[in-house]
Design a protein around this ligand. Structure first.
Ligand SMILES: Nc1ncnc2c1ncn2[C@@H]1O[C@H](COP(=O)(O)OP(=O)(O)OP(=O)(O)O)[C@@H](O)[C@H]1O
Ligand SMILES: [Mg+2]
Length: 468
């Protein structure tokens, strides 16, 4: 059978036929139940929360009956044949004899009746899906992007596939530096996935330290605050409930939910928080965005979100410039775009800021400010992106980072970087581990040779000599 029964009436029709044939079949199997239809799942929910072949049979039949009632308004003759043959279990030859028609005519009429019924049920299904998608989407925060996400199609498909799979990894962690597009990516994923209707609900938690009101390092407090927010979203209108932890966990364990924890502060040296969150999963999935990455933990799918390559950055700059009516930049020669990329790299938030600043300042001035004397909005951006991490760094890590502008964008081998840093062997190891974990250093290469580099914006920040 067609693997995608909702793609057309013709694709749905064989499923409807099988379901009708099994109208009074107590031994129903997934093949003759229409559990892939949201209308059936909603119907089941109104009958009972229990999920088994018997309740699904009831729900399937209720939907078929609703469809037949609507068919009766469009074509009473077709509806009557379906009722007599499938619901009343009357043989085709009896129906034919009663109507004074031959068997073939009844077969043909029945075929058309099933096509009509499939069309009606597909309409019901599509209507419900649109309404549900809008309702689920309304629970997400407003999108932060004013232009479509650029250069993320493959990542969206890949992570979407991982999150929809009914298996581990149950936790997916998008990691990357400030402004690189983690929240935007998570938002696009949430909107894409809620339309699959695999998840009972899609819950967005703003888990940033300011919003959560708990600082990192206090794992137990962070975990409890997350649970409290989950409870509120799972059982809205019940006030601030305490002690429903078990109930929240039970809900997440019973039906698949997608929970997004945006901007979670991850401890780079302790997997405890993720272990606690992992316990809430299966069948629920959790998508985390964070600037830092956890220490290696089995069962967590790590996606390192990288800066945009030049071509995608160019599209972003030009498109964003158009929305801002910045015609000079939208149509700027490739050299100007290359100069922006050279100075700021492919960090979407920085690129958007540069577009904004061209309304007031010349491009050469902006690019100079970026690497020599940041003030105003640029200073603010650097504070937002680097302050939290900078203050948490060990002295050795700061020393290593300060050496990075000398290395250029192409990357440097481990040996050369060690020499350049002037650090002792143990300090060098500690610094590299910490900087990689905090998305301040990228490690790329083969199994046998790694090159270290920094993102364009990190390099620009370091060139300024600015510290906190
Ligand atoms: N691929 C992209 N295409 C277009 N715009 C993007 C893209 N990625 C990010 N943006 C935009 O860049 C800005 C910064 O992105 P976002 O807020 O997602 O960054 P972040 O990684 O979550 O940063 P932070 O660590 O500070 O939370 C947003 O306005 C976002 O819409
Ligand atoms: Mg974010």
């Amino acid at each position: 059978m067609d693997p995608s029964p909702l793609s057309s009436v013709a694709a749905l029709q064989p499923y409807i036929h099988q379901a009708l044939r099994a109208w009074s079949d107590v031994q129903s199997t997934p093949a003759n139940l229409l559990a892939f239809l949201l209308v059936v799942r909603e119907e089941r929910r109104t009958i009972t929360p229990e999920h088994n072949p018997v309740t699904l049979r009831h729900a399937t039949n209720a939907v078929l009956l609703r469809g037949i009632q609507l068919l009766r308004l469009r074509n009473p003759r077709h509806a009557e044949i379906l009722v007599e043959h499938f619901l009343n279990d009357d043989a085709i030859k009896n129906i034919a004899a009663r109507k004074g028609l031959n068997d073939d005519t009844i077969h043909r009429l029945q075929y058309h009746a099933i096509t009509d019924l499939s069309e009606i049920i597909l309409e019901l299904e599509n209507d419900l899906r649109s309404t549900r998608a809008l309702a689920l989407e309304a629970l997400l925060p407003a999108a932060s992007f004013d232009v479509e996400l650029i250069g993320c199609r493959e990542t969206l498909d890949h992570l979407g596939h991982e999150l929809l799979a009914v298996r581990g990894p149950w936790l997916v962690n998008i990691v990357g530096p400030g402004g690189i597009g983690k929240s935007a990516l998570a938002h696009a994923l949430a909107r894409q996935l809620l339309r699959a209707f695999t998840f009972e609900r899609v819950i967005w938690i703003d888990a940033g330290p300011e919003t959560l009101g708990v600082s990192a390092g206090k794992t137990e407090l962070v975990y409890r605050e997350i649970l409290r927010q989950l409870e509120q979203k799972l059982f809205p209108g019940t006030g601030t409930v305490h002690g429903q932890t078990d109930q929240a966990r039970k809900a997440l364990k019973t039906a698949p939910h997608l929970i997004i924890m945006d901007d979670l502060e991850i401890e780079t040296d302790s997997p405890v928080l993720l272990e606690r969150l992992r316990d809430l999963c299966d069948p629920t999935k959790i998508l985390i965005t964070s600037r830092a990455r956890p220490p290696g933990l089995a069962g967590v799918y790590l996606h390192l979100h990288d800066e945009l390559p030049l071509a995608a950055a160019e599209t972003l700059i030009r498109e964003f410039a158009r929305t801002k009516n910045a015609g000079n930049l939208a149509a700027a020669p490739a050299e100007d775009i290359a100069a922006i990329y050279q100075a700021a790299g492919g960090n979407p938030r920085a690129l958007k800021l540069i577009v904004d600043l061209t309304a007031t300042w010349s491009l050469p001035q902006i690019l100079r400010d970026l690497t020599t004397s940041p003030h105003g909005k640029i200073e603010e951006l650097y504070g937002r992106h680097f302050k939290r991490a900078w203050l948490a760094l060990q002295p050795a890590s700061r020393q290593l980072l300060r050496a990075m502008p000398q290395t250029g964008g192409a990357g440097i081998t481990q040996g050369d970087l060690h020499q350049l840093s002037g650090l002792t062997e143990p300090d060098f190891h500690l610094a590299v581990s910490e900087l990689v974990a905090r998305s301040l250093l990228s490690a790329r290469g083969t199994l046998h040779e790694i090159h270290y580099s920094t993102h364009g914006l990190t390099r620009a920040f370091l060139q300024t000599g600015m510290e906190f």
